[in-house]
Design a protein around this ligand. Sequence first.
Ligand code: SF4
Ligand code: SF4
Length: 57
Amino acid sequence: MSVIVKFEKCEGCGDCIETCPCGAIELKDVKAVIDGELCADCGACIDSCPTHAIEME
Ligand code: SF4
Ligand code: SF4
């Protein structure tokens, strides 16, 4: 399982970045990008996203 961002749904609000305890998310070209090396798969960012752009796959 890994956490992925559906780029077409991401509006670049940055809420997920504030939520991530691991500093695993950054914005690139106004889209959230998750660093799989830093991500602990905690799922916190999924609930933080107002556009439901983050999913566990
Ligand atoms: S699943 Fe957790 S550790 Fe991974 S990017 Fe989301 S908030 Fe950060
Ligand atoms: S919370 Fe959702 S919409 Fe906002 S930057 Fe993160 S993935 Fe994009």
